[in-house]
Design a protein around this ligand. Structure first.
Ligand code: AMP
Length: 380
């Protein structure tokens, strides 16, 4: 990626890792190709394949000036992006306990890329960093304080890179300095989160100690009664690991509908009269409406509400169902803008009499590239 312009020069995606169908797709202006990877390929093998692909693009390879790495959990150690050294690797490793599915994979990516590009600076960009501005009263749970002091149990928040990008974009669209903006940003994809931003700084967010709290997501439950896991274990023969798997992989849109975690599929099935698909969409929207209302209470006078992520950027139906329920709070859509601003477009979708509502195509890669570029400059 060109860090200055955000132009994507080459894009790759490794999918179905640890499965027989592991594959790598890559595209640029002139190519769109997919390769099978060795069956059961892991992150290291996928990254090795990606670096080999770069050999086919020698001009691009020699023009690289830094490698940016998305790291899911930075704990309380990182409130901004950093150049990666042994101490940083150690800190990411120590945080793996809190993000066992993500941080070890991120570390595998870092070590593989460092081996492939030993001469380049490597930069870690943390999904949690944007939320290090949360005040204590927002990140503390109502639990014994020693759990925070001794075990770092608190709300961290995730998807920070996306919330950062769209909040800055929204400020530009408003023609205001970010430091003067009160915003609510809703990242609605397979994972979903919503953030309250006051004077440009995150003051609350829905994902918590892990990326399970908050909104209803594709396969994750979001908020539930905290007594439910012990009820399931004591009375319904679940193990702790069954509960974790159920809450993360078999709940949310998929669990309620029994049909799919994919919003497009649910919209199609609901239109054909599938009551469970409709119920899943209704629960999804209702939870979102409740969060928007509660965040309007804490941001103070709102400058804009922002939708992003695969659902937020594309689903005119979800945006409409949500905003209809918020009419009494000064929010209304322009039907034509809501139907037009989709599929990579960004812009205002509100009615002229409403507070501003934006749909903004997120670009986490650009944030990572910009931070990597700036920190690489600092390392000269
Ligand atoms: P993400 O994780 O950001 O890639 O978002 C994935 C989610 O976006 C899935 O639930 C998709 O069904 C949803 N999505 C993508 N395009 C559309 C669309 N045109 N209409 C509704 N949902 C969509």
């Amino acid at each position: 990626m060109n860090a200055k312009t955000g132009e994507t020069l080459l894009k790759g995606l490794a999918e179905n890792l640890f499965l027989p169908t592991a594959s790598l797709s890559y595209s640029n202006e002139s190519t769109n190709e997919q390769y099978p990877l060795a069956s059961q390929s892991d992150h290291t093998q996928a990254l090795d394949a990606i670096t080999q692909l770069l050999d086919k693009h020698p001009m691009l390879k020699t023009s690289l000036i830094a490698v940016g790495h998305r790291v899911v959990h930075g704990g309380e150690s990182f409130s901004e992006s950093v150049l990666i050294d042994d101490l940083v690797i150690d800190a990411i490793d120590k945080t793996s306990l809190m993000a066992p599915l993500h941080n070890p994979a991120n570390l595998a990516g870092i070590t593989t890329a460092q081996r492939a590009f030993p001469h380049l600076p490597h930069v870690a960009v943390f999904d949690t960093a944007f939320f290090q501005t949360l005040p204590k009263h927002a990140y503390m749970y109502g639990l014994p304080k020693r759990l925070y002091k001794e075990h770092s149990i608190r709300k961290y928040g995730f998807h920070g890179t996306s919330h950062y990008f769209v909040s800055h974009r929204a400020a530009k669209l408003l023609g205001k300095a970010i430091e003067t903006c009160n915003l609510i940003t809703a990242h609605l994809g397979n994972g979903c989160s919503i953030s309250a931003i006051k004077n440009g700084k995150a003051i609350d967010t829905s994902l918590g100690f892990t990326p399970l709290e908050g909104l209803v997501m594709g396969t994750r439950s979001g908020d539930i009664d905290p007594s439910l896991p012990s009820y399931l274990i004591e009375h319904l023969n679940y193990t702790a690991s069954d509960v974790t798997t159920m809450l993360n992989k078999a709940s949310g849109l998929l669990g309620i509908s029994g049909v799919s975690n994919d919003c497009r599929e649910l919209e199609a099935q609901a239109a054909c009269g599938d009551a469970n698909a409709q119920l899943a969409l209704d629960v999804f929207c209702y939870r979102l409406v409740k969060y928007i209302g509660s965040y309007m209470a804490i941001t103070g006078p709102l400058d804009a509400l922002v939708f992003t992520g695969g659902i937020g950027e594309n689903s005119a139906l979800i945006r409409n169902q949500v905003i209809k329920q918020l009419a009494h709070m000064g929010l209304a859509l322009s039907e034509s803008a809501n139907n037009t601003i989709r599929f990579g477009k960004s812009g205002a979708i509100n009615h002229p009499n409403s507070l501003p509502i934006f749909a903004i195509a997120t670009n986490e890669e650009w944030v990572i590239a910009k931070d990597a570029y700036e920190l690489a400059g600092a390392s000269d």
